[in-house]
Write a protein that binds this ligand. Structure first.
Ligand code: SAH
Length: 278
């Protein structure tokens, strides 16, 4: 539950539709992150986060980067939401971070700002990720951040096992994310998934295939954003090899997602063959 003070701040903010400069001056994001989520940011970090949001909103006027159209909404639905993942990314082993299906750079750019990790923003729409490069330069994180304009499945062929941590927000079902992330992560690496309200069916499918894809679940945390919307963050750790060859053909992970039955079906013929040999 948000504390009375936070509720007061939110009412005030919604009522006044503050400008970006007002937000920064009054340190609202700092306060919300600290009081509601226990995440402490510096004023300099907050200022960079707003610069990022502002830049993305500017680009969004001519290119479809995000469906969120105002900076006020973006402050909660992009910045607050993105920063929620910070402790989970920090808890992953050191090394390369990738934001899968980054769109307008969320949560990738905020998390690059806050962690300083070497970061790769991945999106199949090349012009989207190209538009993010000058934003990173302006924010002073150009050295840490690079982009990949292509499919996650192709990235997996080029940079297999090279990532220590991946994030994915509003990209695909949990099961598809596990499949896409599996070949990219090194052992001990973590996949941080931002979800709104996944259905029981989505969860059953994901939990049914996580082991054969080489994962174990390490976190399933519920959060409430300051606008009252609900989030769940799932973190999976890569603990071994997947039992099938990955990546599958382009598009298969999302169009034709794996289920536990696929792995059962695969193990049966092998078992029969072994019996015949014995
Ligand atoms: N993470 C952002 C954008 C979500 S929209 C946010 O939360 O705001 C999903 C994005 O994923 C789109 O930009 C789409 O182009 C990209 N995408 C979907 N499937 C992909 C794939 N297989 N490989 C790379 N990018 C993909």
């Amino acid at each position: 539950m948000p504390c009375a003070r936070t509720v007061g701040i939110m009412v005030q903010l919604i009522a006044s539709r503050m400008s970006r400069n007002d937000w920064i001056r009054m340190g609202k994001l700092l306060e919300i992150m600290d009081q509601q989520h226990g995440i402490v940011l510096t004023e300099q970090q907050e200022s960079l986060l707003f610069d990022d949001l502002h830049a993305i909103m500017e680009i969004n006027q001519t290119m479809n980067l995000t469906r969120i159209l105002s900076e006020e909404d973006g402050m909660v639905l992009h910045l607050e939401d993105s920063v929620l993942g910070l402790p989970y990314v920090q808890a992953a082993p050191e090394g390369l971070y990738g934001d899968l299906g980054t769109g307008g750079g969320f949560p990738g750019i905020p998390l690059c700002i806050l962690t300083g990790r070497e970061t790769l923003l991945v999106d199949s729409v090349k012009k989207k990720v190209r538009a993010l490069e000058p934003v990173a330069e302006t924010l002073g994180i150009g050295d840490a951040l690079s982009t990949y304009g292509g499919r996650i499945e192709d990235l997996a062929l080029e940079r297999r096992g090279m990532f220590s941590v991946l994030t994915a927000r509003a990209l695909s079902s949990l099961g598809s994310l596990l499949e896409l992330a599996s070949p990219l992560l090194r052992e001990g690496g973590r996949l941080v998934c931002y979800k709104a309200q996944p259905s029981d069916e989505e969860l059953d499918t994901a939990f049914g295939i996580m082991k054969p894809l080489g994962f174990k679940l390490v976190c399933d945390d519920a959060h409430e954003l300051s606008d009252g919307s609900h989030r769940r963050i799932f973190v999976f750790e890569k603990v071994g090899d997947a039992r099938i060859e990955l990546p599958r053909r382009i598009g298969m992970a999302q169009r034709n997602p794996l289920t536990a039955a696929d792995f059962k079906a695969k193990s049966k013929p092998k078992a029969r063959k072994n019996r015949r040999r014995a």
